[in-house]
Design a protein around this ligand. Structure first.
Ligand SMILES: [Fe+2]
Ligand SMILES: [Fe+2]
Length: 266
């Protein structure tokens, strides 16, 4: 069927190879044409092996972005370079950060970028939250609060620039665009236990710069429809940002990787 078998935050480094195979089976149970993964697939040391096992299992295009956990025990640059190299040698894998606009049909395109919790929403300076990211990703180790804020803002800005560029290409050509990202790009999409995340968590649970770029693009193209799919907070929810822009945040549970609904296209 013309659709994307979607999953988010499977954290496959926490499960057995047999459980991973079973998860892949679930992803393609409805025989979608392709698969979409919105990050936190594994951690850096296991990511390559897990990507290989996924593509061997599903035997169809696998589009993906990475989440913060995928960088654990390495650096952002090292992981992105390794993944880009892995994709070049692969028949099925496409890392959306480097893919531009992917045509799914004459009417529908797919774009994507990791995004990052960019300290744009919520109360960064008052927050007592300290993510494992800041101990386990080399880029953040040893940064003081100010330097960390600047780095998070830069990572968010990079995602925003990416979406501005790919949506400027996609929206004049396609009526429907699916936007894949790891971090919810709006505060109202940062679902946690059925409500919006607390102000102390929002800086890390939303990517404001990406959201501003996405919202602006769809405001300027009211004839187009956008569906954002994301994860990261592990709390599921739905929200309309504009009449033509909807966000689905996928729920996830550690050690229980599961497929979300298939995303159909026309
Ligand atoms: Fe996650
Ligand atoms: Fe995450």
């Amino acid at each position: 069927m013309p659709g994307l078998g979607w999953a988010t935050d499977p954290h496959l480094n926490f499960v057995s190879p047999e459980r991973l195979d079973c998860f892949c089976g679930e992803l393609i149970a409805e025989n979608p044409e392709a698969v979409l993964l919105t990050g936190d697939l594994a951690e850096a040391p296991s990511l390559g092996g897990i990507l290989t096992r996924i593509e061997q299992n599903v035997q169809r295009p696998v589009y993906f972005v990475l989440g913060n956990h995928d960088y654990y025990r390495s650096s952002i640059e090292r992981v992105r370079n390794a993944v880009a190299q892995h994709c070049r040698a692969s028949k099925w894998l496409t890392y959306l950060n480097t893919a531009g606009v992917v045509e799914l049909s004459r009417e529908t395109a797919l774009v994507g970028h990791d995004g990052w919790g960019d300290a744009g929403y919520g109360a960064y300076w008052l927050s007592r939250v300290r993510l494992s990211d800041f101990e386990l990703i080399t880029d953040f180790i040893g940064l003081d609060r100010g330097a960390l804020w600047r780095r998070l803002r830069e990572l968010g800005a990079e995602a925003g620039e990416h979406f501005r560029s790919v949506l400027a290409q996609a929206l004049p050509r396609y009526r429907n665009v699916i936007i894949a990202t790891h971090v919810p790009p709006f505060d109202r999409a940062a679902w946690h236990e059925g409500r919006m995340s607390e102000p102390g968590w929002l800086p890390y649970f939303s990517c404001k710069a990406a959201g501003e770029a996405i919202r602006e693009a769809f405001e300027n193209h009211p004839q187009c429809r956008g569906l954002v799919v994301c994860g990261h907070t592990h709390g599921g929810g739905e929200v309309d940002i504009l009449p033509n822009l909807h966000v689905t945040t996928g729920a996830a549970v550690y050690e229980k990787p599961a497929a979300q609904r298939v995303l159909p296209w026309t």
